[in-house]
Ligand binder design. Sequence first.
Ligand SMILES: C[S@@+](CC[C@H](N)C(=O)[O-])C[C@H]1O[C@@H](n2cnc3c(N)ncnc32)[C@H](O)[C@@H]1O
Length: 245
Amino acid sequence: MDVVDPLPGLRGEARAHHVATMFARVSRRYDLLNTVMTGGMHHRWRRQAALLGTRDLSGVALDVATGTGDLAIALARRPGMRQVVGLDFVPEMLHLARQKVLRRDSSKAIGFLRGDALALPFPDNAFACATCCFGLRNMEDVSKALAEMVRVVNHGGRVVILEIVPGESKGLFPWLLNLYFRRVVPVLGRVLAGEREAYTYLPRSVDAFPLAGELVHIMEEAGLRNVSYRSVGMGLVAIHVGEKA
Ligand SMILES: C[S@@+](CC[C@H](N)C(=O)[O-])C[C@H]1O[C@@H](n2cnc3c(N)ncnc32)[C@H](O)[C@@H]1O
């Protein structure tokens, strides 16, 4: 199948700038849209991702493309994680993440930092795990982003990707789900966030993303072993986990 570029003609810095301004525009309504679009299920998926990323590990966790910080907060709730760092390149998102942490009583340190997922500002082997939720799909170079996550994770540490993946199931229900995603979600984005572009881009960015099985190979090529995934959200979303060799 031919993959259609979700942002045709935009490359390098121009593309990153376009993506960043789009997320800055939706930042204030981002959490609301996530909850409406997923019927609140995204919280459960994040908890699952945090569990898979941290089970039996201790140290510091990194959440890449953290947005408003929900997965960073879920990671901080896991035993063994003494500190969490959330990184994103949109200051508006980071501001909301910091406010959220202040509103919640967290005994653990959660710090938010502005930075680029394609050039993480951390030394090698610094984290017990690195996660990325709904972020990888927006990056121009998925392999590079994964290689950066692998680089900064300890040997034996984990990389977890929670992402919307292209649907592979056939039948009436997947068809209806697909219709909802392509037709209803852009309308929700326009009505609830006043933002049509971001929520029209969303299904297009999923079409351009690898199938769940393909992502396994891409993660292995990035230096991970024992890569596996589980489907959630009726097959629309996958949680991939791999270990740094
Ligand atoms: C769909 S939001 C996901 C936010 C959050 N992880 C969540 O679970 O809701 C995508 C986020 O990725 C961030 N992002 C995209 N490309 C990035 C990059 N190259 N470096 C850092 N952040 C990036 C955007 O700023 C945005 O906050």
